[in-house]
Design a protein around this ligand. Sequence first.
Ligand code: SF4
Ligand code: SF4
Length: 244
Amino acid sequence: MFQAMAKKKGLRPKHFQHVYDQFQASISRYDCGKKCAPLNGGNPVCCTTEDAVPIAHKSEWKLLRSRTDLWHRFKPYDAATRKIVEEASDDCRAIECKGARFCERDNRTLACRAFPFFPYISRAGDFAGLACFWEFEDRCWVISNLNVINRQFVQEFVAAHEYLFEKDPQEKEYAQNQSITARRVFSRWNRFIPMLDREGGYLKELPHKGGLVKAKISEFHAHGPYVSEKAYREAVKEAEDVAE
Ligand code: SF4
Ligand code: SF4
């Protein structure tokens, strides 16, 4: 007699291979790392674990280990980074690459490819668009310049996440939790959440359950040193003076 074997569920390395194969578009025609790095000791903000720690699904980590020696497990070095590692789910690993000078484009994590965006799940449970990791709005040039995002990037971002959500509904739950937190944070700030829709247009989620509505790019504000050319030049000068 045979007993039916339960099918192994969840994400496997081959699923991330598929995502890597089809999510390759550059975020914009600009090399955005050249915009934020001068204000960050010469390193792009999303490429140093002093600013951002990549979290990879354990199957993605397995795939990466089979492809490259670019990555290693991240070792927390203070209370904040310990918290990041502790809060990562059991399915995930905090990892670190050798740095921007050694970047291998084909071996970037999904987190690298998608930054600074996460898939935004509306109150109705729909994957509505691409929202930004707001903690980086004072440092990431892209968040202040959402008009530069390539349409191809948006399409590939959406396809990659739709695929992962279909393969493992828990991935959508993570995105949903992130979106709930975003709504809470922006309501506290009394600000709308700016985002791209799935076709590259613009949306805003109004605070205090005001709803998700179309937006114009002119409504989106720049932040920190990116509010004007003058502010940026001054910030770069200041960073250079500090470094000397
Ligand atoms: S995505 Fe943002 S943080 Fe990363 S390199 Fe571009 S501007 Fe810098
Ligand atoms: S792999 Fe490349 S894009 Fe990803 S964190 Fe490292 S340097 Fe940045």
